[in-house]
Write a protein that binds this ligand. Structure first.
Ligand SMILES: [Zn+2]
Length: 311
């Protein structure tokens, strides 16, 4: 656009007809000269000419017959394809694989060398916890499953983004992956996010050893294993309050009941909007430059991520 404006300026500045034609020829030649080099520069603009990341989703047939049901569930669960599309919205220099498989009884989920692995044992455990008759009323069975599925996929995928994009960190990578996962879920699933956040909160309560907030006081006389403080992750209860605070910071009205239910200390709750802004700043600075916003908008029409990242 800048080249065209300059050409029009030259044409408009001539008054004599011959000069005008000569100027027009010069202007046309200049326009070509300016336009041609501009073409490749425009082609390099990531938002207009996205280079989609190669992100592959593989649901391996289970080697354990007991995993047939969870395998069938995973095949029909859009949470996995949603995560694939999200990570494919980044301009990544390496392919990423998201794989579910049987892990010979060793449940869990991890990221390692370009691949996210989520074991059927881990996913089945999430389903079993969701079906517990001690599950509280504020989270549905389906949301408890979807929330934990989303959390593990976006958390492990965040490790891939950190590695692929060389994201600098001032603190533990596990905390950063938790935060990135929560932010992504809040941004991508605006209407659905409160239900998913309830599912994630429930999963951390289960990891803590209870099923509902009103059972937490019973844990206060119990000492957490000291080795857990030396781990790479925050404790389950810290992870729970982190996700509640980020959610409350993103939309105080929608998460007021959750903050109250969790009995979060007021001095923390009062700062949740600032915590959210801090994360949004990190997203804007560190992730947005690598995000193909057009691709993301196509995949998630209601997402607020681009607006947050750009404002
Ligand atoms: Zn992790």
């Amino acid at each position: 656009m800048r080249g065209k404006t300059q050409v029009m300026g030259m044409v408009e500045s001539t008054s004599n007809g011959r000069e005008w034609r000569a100027a027009f020829v010069r202007a046309f030649a200049l326009m070509l000269a300016l336009a041609l080099p501009l073409t490749p520069a425009r082609a390099a603009e990531p938002a207009r000419n996205p280079v989609p990341a190669e992100v592959t989703l593989i649901h391996e047939p289970p080697t354990n017959p007991a995993h047939q049901a969870i395998h069938a569930r995973v095949l029909g669960d859009p949470t996995f394809e949603g995560a694939r599309r999200f990570f494919a919205s980044f301009r990544l220099k390496r392919p990423l694989v998201i794989r579910t498989r049987s892990c010979s009884g060793r449940g869990g989920a991890w990221y390692y060398e370009g691949a996210v692995t989520v074991c059927y044992e881990y996913l089945q455990n999430a389903v079993d916890n969701a079906r517990s008759d001690r599950r509280p009323d504020w989270v549905s069975e389906e949301d408890a499953i979807r929330g934990q599925f989303a959390d593990v996929l976006y958390h492990e995928g965040a490790h891939a983004l950190i590695e692929f994009l060389g994201i600098p960190l001032f603190s533990r990578e596990e905390d950063a992956a938790d935060t990135m996962a929560s932010f992504a879920i809040l941004a991508l699933f605006r209407q659905d996010a409160p239900a998913l956040i309830n599912g994630i909160v429930y999963s951390y309560l289960v990891d803590t050893g209870v099923k509902n907030f009103n059972e937490l006081p019973s844990l206060e006389s119990r000492t957490i294993a000291s080795r857990q403080y030396g781990g790479a992750h925050s404790t389950p209860l810290q992870r729970l309050f982190n996700v509640v605070c980020l959610a409350a910071g993103s939309d105080p009205a929608s998460y007021r009941a959750l903050v109250s239910r969790s009995d979060m200390p007021a001095w923390r709750a009062n700062g949740c909007e600032e915590e959210y802004k801090q994360v949004a700043h990190a997203v804007r600075t560190l992730l947005a430059p690598h995000l193909d916003r057009d691709a993301l908008q196509r995949q998630f029409p209601g997402a607020v991520w681009p607006e947050v990242a750009l404002r």
